[in-house]
Design a protein around this ligand. Structure first.
Ligand code: P6P
Length: 327
């Protein structure tokens, strides 16, 4: 079994990037440990705070965010970090080479019911001479990412990583090492499995309603095959299923808040997951165009998401022939 560090070296990954990834994993191992302790350590449940998203912060949201900030900002290579749980970016070493943007604990509403959650991260080059307390330096399109990935805290803690040369999976061993468990992950082009929160159907664009209705028609309908549905309400778990066996995951535009095209965030959910999906041969769009081509205006801006098996995402896009709703 190959250690993460050996794998990165064998693949001639930039040494400083490898060093940063190893440091990120120190934080994620600490988070995995906190999650394992869970209720016994009295860290389930919510705080009295709401984050910049207007969401009630779980105790473990705050704990995970603090662990990542502390570990990363102590690293000389980190010029700054941005987090779902922070209103503004937090500067590190002004001469640092990298910016790290993360969702410290995605799917945290699942913590108290013991369902998989995860840490999502995106690594960017730090533009020289910028103010890393200001979000402008972080507002780079997904195409600029040097690396992205997530650690899924499920029955096993699994790192899924890309540095732009394919997607690989590493499982945390009982000795505390991330060991290569699946190499060069590729998403099947076809699927019979879709993931969407059906309770929002009345708020979708007509194109999305038509697409999903046709899926539900099954073999007798226009798609000519039966589909199965999944919804974990944890993006990391959904994307992991798509990477592992194919599928399509979508959280589409929603008329309730036209300025917020859906619920998911571009910089620390859409972009990192899109890099992984594209590197694994899939597609990752906002139903109209590639997510990684969206130019960000705000560190917390939201994006519609439809990602997964190439041919199924193309089928979804064939229903979306009108104008892209204003972001
Ligand atoms: P809903 C978790 O809160 C999250 O941001 C994603 O991980 C997940 O896919 C989505 O929201 C679930 O949203 O509306 O089904 O609770």
């Amino acid at each position: 079994m190959q250690l993460l560090s050996q794998f990165l070296r064998r693949n001639e990954t930039d040494e400083q990037l490898s060093d940063l990834i190893a440091t990120l994993m120190v934080a994620c191992k600490e988070i995995a440990l906190k999650l394992r302790q869970g209720a016994l350590a009295g860290i389930h449940g919510s705080t009295d705070n709401t984050n910049v998203q207007g969401e009630t912060q779980k105790k473990l949201d705050v704990i995970s965010n603090e662990i990542l900030k502390t570990v990363l900002l102590n690293h000389s290579l980190v010029a700054g970090v941005a987090s779902e749980e922070e209103s503004n970016p937090v500067p590190g070493n002004k001469d640092g080479r990298f910016l790290v943007i993360f969702d410290p604990l995605d799917g945290s509403s699942n913590i108290d019911i013991n369902v998989s959650v995860g840490t999502i991260f995106s690594i960017l080059e730090a533009p020289a001479g910028e103010d890393f307390a200001n979000e402008a330096a972080y507002l780079q399109s997904g195409r600029k990412q040097l690396a992205s990935g997530y650690v899924l805290y499920g029955p096993s803690a699994t790192l899924v990583l890309t540095t732009g040369h394919g997607v690989n999976m590493f499982t945390l061993s009982h000795t505390g090492d991330f060991l290569l468990s699946r190499e060069n992950v590729l998403i099947p082009e076809e699927t019979k499995e879709f993931a969407i929160n059906m309770s929002n159907r009345r708020f979708w664009e007509p194109a999305m309603r038509n697409y999903v209705d046709d899926l539900l028609e099954g073999a007798e309908g226009p798609r000519g095959k039966n589909f199965n549905m999944r919804w974990v309400a944890s993006m990391v778990a959904e994307v992991h299923r798509v990477l592992t066996r194919g599928g399509i995951f979508t959280y589409p535009w929603d008329e309730r808040a036209p300025k917020k095209p859906g619920k998911l965030r571009l910089m620390y959910e859409g972009n990192p997951m899109s890099m992984l999906v594209e590197q694994a041969g899939g597609l990752a769009t906002n139903c109209y165009r590639d997510i990684m081509d969206v130019e960000p205006d705000d560190i917390h801006e939201r994006v519609s998401v439809a990602l997964g098996s190439k041919k199924e995402v193309e089928a979804l896009m064939s229903y979306h022939t009108g104008e892209e709703p204003t972001q």
